[in-house]
Each structure stands twice: as C-alpha cells, then as structure tokens.
Design a protein around this ligand. Structure first.
Ligand SMILES: Cc1cc2nc3c(=O)[nH]c(=O)nc-3n(C[C@H](O)[C@H](O)[C@H](O)COP(=O)(O)OP(=O)(O)OC[C@H]3O[C@@H](n4cnc5c(N)ncnc54)[C@H](O)[C@@H]3O)c2cc1C
Length: 395
C-alpha cells in the first residue's frame, strides 16, 4: 500500500507548509530549543507567543474543534496532514490538555456558562489545564479512585490526592475525577469537576523524574471548595465523559515522525564520527540502527492504517493500542541504540560542549522510560489487543 494525498489533501498540505514557512520562528527548528523543557528565556517565551498567535488566528491551536468554538473545523484527514506537517517541521505544540482533553468534553457536555468561560481562553492560549485522574492506588484501575467530593450547599468539598499530574505546577485549572457516591458500583459513583488551581486547600508538590526534569507533581486537596456549577455533565456520570474525543484523528503521526527524526540524527552522528578514519561503531550497532529505521517506518505505517480507518468512518479500537504500544517501545529501543552508539559520552547530561547531539540521547534514554506507562501501560495495551483484537478470553 502506498499512502497518497487526495487532490484536496495535497492542496491543504501545501497551505500548511506555506503557513509553517511563513510563521514558524527558526529558533524552534534549531537544536538550541528543547521542546520537552519548553521555553526557558523571555526571548523563547515571546517567540512561542508569536507562533501561538499565528496558529490561533487560523483556529489551529485547536484544529479539530468546530469553528464556532474557535477551532479549525478540520476533517480527520486534514488533521492528519496538519499534524504530519507540524511534526516534519518540528513545530512546537501549543494546545496542551485544554485543547486535547477538557475542551472537547466541554463542547459536548459543558453548560453554556462553562463553554463561555473556558473555551475562548483555551483557543486563545491564555490558560493551562492539568488532568487530575491518577491517584497513588489508582492508575490502570482508575475507577477505584478515592478522592472524595461531598456536596455542601452550592459547593463540593474535595479531599484526597492526585499523583503524576503533568504540568500542575504551571496550570491555572484542573479537570478532576472524584468520588461523589461511595456506595455505588465503582464506575458509577464518580463525577468530573473543574477546579481553579488557586483555590484554598490545594497544594502542589513537585515530582522530579529520572532525567532531573520537573514535569509531573502530586496534588493534595484539603477541604477544597469547588462551586457546584463546575460539575461537568451529571453527578456520578463522570467516568463516561473521559472517552470523549470529538472527531479527533488518533494516528499519533507526530510520534512516528519524531521517531524517524531521532533515528536520522543517529545515522548522521554515525556517519560523521570516525576513529582514525575508521567507523567508530561496531557492526552490531550498525545493524541495530538499521532495525530502528525499519521500526520507525513501521510505526508510520501503523499511523497510516489508523487514519485510513478513520477516513472510512471506522473507529480505531485495538489498532490504536497497537500503535501506542509499538511506538512507545520503539522510542525506548531507539534510545538504547543511541546510547550504544555514543558510548561513554552518554554519561554526560546536556553538556553543551562534550555531550553528543546536545545530550539528547541520554536525556531521551531516561525520559522514554515513562512512555510505556503514560496514557496506558504496555501491559494494558497488550490486554486490549489480546481481548479485542485477537478474541482471547480475559486473563
Ligand atoms: C510521564 C507521565 C505523565 C503522566 N501524566 C498524568 C497526568 O497528567 N494526569 C494523570 O492523571 N495521570 C498521569 N500519569 C499517570 C498514568 O496515567 C499512570 O501512571 C498509568 O495509568 C499507570 O498507572 P500506575 O502508575 O498507577 O501503575 P499501575 O496501574 O499500578 O500499574 C503497575 C504495573 O502493573 C501493570 N498492570 C496493571 N494492571 C494490569 C493488568 N490488568 N494486567 C496486566 N498488567 C497490569 C502495569 O502495566 C504496570 O506495569 C502520567 C504518567 C506518566 C508516566
């Protein structure tokens, strides 16, 4: 199979490429910029602001949202083209969880007041949202969560704890799941609430990861009052809101393009680095590099498969799990091969002078460990493929 654009897709691809060429600040394409860390200087923040403004003017901060809510109103295949081109250009993402997660839920289930208050700020890039789902005892088995929300007059009072909350230290708002009926079966006693992070009783404690980055946090609630008007959908129906995706392309093409970019960088390093005129890497490492390139291409094909299903109106199911499982495990294999290639230099963490590829290999080696846990662990994805894809009985 060869994936080709339809004439409309080709036209749209050209439009996106032209937009990127005219608006993406070059700084973001240079190795100076570390997307994982985000902007670190005033200059980087200003550049990112410029990029966000240009995207926002076209509704492209939220490309999959309907136009009436400030989105781009793109079809799934246009979203795919858009995401593929953004990834090829290494353009930074600006939407975050507001665009990807809570915005679509509010569009479908929010009150008029909630939409009016929150959606324009999300598409305007003015607020940062975080997701308060996981708890110390509840990750894969999320429905067992214990954080309580008890109705008290016009408010809910929240007590409990969330963990692994990405970006909570920067977030203005959190959408959270809390138990509102402890006596109901576990999926049926959960509600979704919108919480202002400045509410009294909220405390955020950093969790520093293996690579010394501050990405996620623990969040504690001590008698936090959340107005009852911030309940999303019906009380005790919060569990069922999580699956909302609008007409969202699910190919994750960005990740597969990023994989290929990393492998290409490793090839370039292998070509340039020689000892006494000889190649520096062993035959085994060369073969591994080739395997990684094959895998990066397979990952892209899995993305194409998903988009082709969606284009035909089929909702991807276990195929999305296959895709996530494969690219996240390939990310780890790529990082391991990279470490073998650069050898002892891999011990240098982002040392600008000596660390090859500005330390990205060793950094990726450490950060990709989390990729097979976040957004569904490899084991859970294998369970989904086994039962829904292969028809095996539940274990
Ligand atoms: C980088 C990163 C960012 C994250 N950001 C957020 C965030 O912003 N908000 C948020 O709410 N959460 C976030 N999470 C949490 C994430 O959703 C959970 O870590 C994930 O759901 C796994 O849950 P757990 O950590 O409790 O592990 P557990 O569910 O306790 O799993 C432990 C181990 O047991 C295995 N296991 C569990 N159940 C089964 C089963 N039925 N069959 C076979 N094996 C099983 C798992 O695969 C895993 O290996 C983030 C996690 C990471 C790593």
């Amino acid at each position: 199979m060869e994936y080709r654009d339809s004439p409309e897709e080709a036209r749209f691809r050209h439009e996106v490429r032209t937009f990127i060429r005219e608006n993406l600040p070059e700084h973001f394409i240079s190795p100076e910029y570390d997307e994982y860390q985000g902007p670190r200087t005033d200059e980087e923040r200003a550049l990112l602001g410029r990029w966000r403004k240009a995207l926002g003017e076209r509704g492209w901060i939220a490309p999959h949202w309907p136009k009436e809510y400030g989105g781009g109103g793109l079809t799934v295949s246009e979203q795919f083209v858009f995401n593929e081109e953004m990834a090829e250009a290494r353009a930074p993402e600006v939407g975050g969880m507001g665009v990807q997660m809570i915005g679509p839920i509010l569009i479908l289930y929010g009150t008029a007041e909630q939409k009016q208050e929150h959606l324009p700020k999300i598409t305007g890039g003015q607020v940062w949202w975080c997701q308060g789902y996981s708890e110390p005892g509840s990750g894969s088995d999320l429905a067992s969560l214990q954080t309580r929300a008890v109705r008290d007059g016009d408010d809910y009072i929240i007590n409990g704890q969330k963990i692994w909350t990405s970006g909570a230290h920067r977030a203005n708002w959190m959408f959270l799941l809390a138990r509102t009926d402890p006596d109901a079966p576990k999926h049926r006693g959960i509600s979704m609430l919108l919480m202002d992070m400045r509410s009294p009783g909220v405390s955020v404690q950093p969790l520093i990861n293996l690579a010394n980055d501050h990405g996620f946090n623990q969040v504690f609630f001590d008698n936090v009052r959340v107005p009852a008007r911030n309940l999303v959908g019906e009380e005790n129906r919060g569990w069922y809101l999580g699956a909302t995706l609008l007409d969202f392309e699910r190919s994750n093409v960005r990740s597969s393009v990023a994989l290929r970019h990393t492998v290409e960088e490793l090839f370039e390093y292998a070509r340039e680095h020689r000892k006494n005129g000889q190649r520096a890497q062993s035959v085994a490492v060369r073969h591994e590099l080739v395997d990684r390139m094959v895998e990066a291409n397979v990952s892209r094909l899995l993305s194409y498969r998903i988009i082709s299903m969606q284009k035909h109106g089929v909702v991807p199911n276990y195929e999305a799990s296959m895709n996530k499982l494969f690219y996240s495990e390939t990310q780890q294999r790529v990082a391991r091969t990279g470490m073998k290639l650069i050898g002892a230099y891999g011990l240098l963490d982002r040392d600008p002078k000596w660390a090859p590829l500005r330390g990205r290999v060793s950094h990726t080696y450490m950060t990709t460990l989390a990729m097979t846990i976040a957004a569904g662990t490899s084991e859970i994805n294998r369970n989904v493929i086994a039962t829904r894809g292969l028809g095996l009985p539940r274990g």
